[in-house]
Design a protein around this ligand. Structure first.
Ligand SMILES: Cc1cc2nc3c(=O)[nH]c(=O)nc-3n(C[C@H](O)[C@H](O)[C@H](O)COP(=O)(O)OP(=O)(O)OC[C@H]3O[C@@H](n4cnc5c(N)ncnc54)[C@H](O)[C@@H]3O)c2cc1C
Length: 258
C-alpha cells in the first residue's frame, strides 16, 4: 500500500504484522537494502494452527527444514470418514510441523538479522490519503515511503474494506495436548459440516475442530462430544480438553481463532 501521487523511493518501509507474511516480506526487503520496520502486537505467539509446512514451501525456502529449531517431520496422514472407515496415506515428502511460537520466532529472528527493526506494538490505524502513507503506533502518527499490511485475515486496517464477519468464516477451536504421535489425523463426523484435525508437533499435539460454528446446530455439537470422546482421534489425556470445549459451546461462550 502506498500513498497517492508519485511513486516514492522505497527507502522507509513499515510492515504491520510480523506473522509469516510480514516477517518474510521484511527479511527480503531488508536484504534488498531497504530500511524496514516491522510492528506486531504479539511478536512470536501460539495460536490454534496446525503449523504444518508443505514440501513445496520447504523446496522454495530450504531454511524451513535446515535449522536447529524444534520441529517434527510427519510422513503419514490418516483420514477417517464419518462412518469410521479410515485410510492411511504415506507421503513421498514429509510435512514439517512447527509450533507457531517457534516458527514465527524463527522468521522474526531472520528478519531482524537481515536488518529489520522489529517492535512489539499495536498499529491502531493507517491513512493512505496523503502523498505518503501514515500509520499510528504508540499514540504517534508516523510516515513511511511504503506500508505493507500483513496483519492477518481479520484485520480492520485496509481502507475501503471490512473484516470478515464470524458467520462468513469457518472457525477453529484448538487445544494443545501434551503428547505426540507420528501421523496427522483428519476426522469427519456425521451430521457435522466440519472436521477434527490433529497435527503432531515435537512435544505436543495441536488438535482442533474446524467448522462454520454459527451455522452448526446445537445437536451437532452434542454429536461431536459423543464421537470425539469415544473415538480414537482424541487420546485419553485429550478428553478433558474436548469436554471443556463442548460445555463452552453449549453455553455459547466458546472462543474461536481468527
Ligand atoms: C486453524 C488454522 C490452522 C492452520 N494450519 C495451517 C497449517 O498447518 N499450515 C499452514 O501453512 N497454514 C496453516 N494455517 C494458515 C496460517 O495460519 C496462515 O496462512 C498464516 O498464519 C498467515 O500468515 P500471515 O502472516 O499472513 O498472518 P498471521 O499469521 O495472522 O499474522 C498476522 C500478524 O499480525 C499481527 N497483527 C494483527 N493486527 C495488528 C495490528 N493492528 N498491529 C500490530 N500487529 C498486528 C498479529 O499479531 C499477527 O502476528 C492455519 C490457519 C488456521 C486458522
Amino acid at each position: 500500500m502506498r500513498g497517492r501521487g508519485e511513486l516514492p523511493n522505497m527507502t522507509e518501509i513499515a510492515i504491520v504484522g510480523g506473522g509469516p507474511s510480514g516477517a518474510m516480506c521484511g527479511e527480503q526487503l531488508a536484504r534488498a537494502g531497504h530500511s524496514v520496520h516491522i510492528f506486531d502486537e504479539h511478536l512470536a505467539w501460539e495460536k490454534p494452527c496446525g503449523g504444518g509446512l508443505t514440501h513445496k514451501a520447504v523446496e522454495c525456502f530450504p531454511f524451513l527444514l535446515d535449522n536447529p529449531y524444534p520441529k517434527k517431520l510427519v510422513s503419514s496422514i490418516e483420514l477417517i470418514s464419518s462412518n469410521e472407515q479410515s485410510v492411511m496415506l504415506d507421503m513421498s515428502h514429509p510435512i514439517v510441523i512447527y509450533s507457531r511460537t517457534v516458527l514465527n520466532g524463527m522468521l522474526l529472528e531472520r528478519a531482524a538479522d537481515a536488518g529489520c527493526k522489529v517492535q512489539r506494538s499495536h498499529v491502531i490505524s493507517v491513512d493512505t490519503a496523503a502523498a505518503k502513507p501514515r500509520y499510528c503506533v504508540d499514540g504517534e502518527w508516523r510516515t513511511a515511503d511504503f506500508l505493507v499490511l500483513a496483519a492477518g485475515a481479520r484485520n480492520r486496517l485496509l481502507p475501503g474494506t471490512r473484516p470478515l464477519e464470524r458467520d462468513e468464516l469457518e472457525m477453529t477451536q484448538g487445544y494443545f495436548v501434551p503428547q505426540t504421535c507420528d501421523a496427522i489425523t483428519v476426522k469427519f463426523l456425521p451430521h457435522f459440516e466440519g472436521y477434527i484435525w490433529s497435527f503432531p508437533r515435537c512435544d505436543h499435539l495441536s488438535v482442533a475442530f474446524a467448522a462454520a460454528w454459527l451455522r452448526t446446530p446445537a445437536r451437532s455439537c452434542a454429536h461431536i462430544y459423543r464421537a470425539s470422546y469415544t473415538k480414537r482421534i482424541f487420546p485419553p489425556r485429550a478428553r478433558n480438553f474436548t469436554a471443556t470445549f463442548c460445555r463452552r459451546r453449549a453455553n455459547a461462550r466458546f472462543r474461536s481463532a481468527p
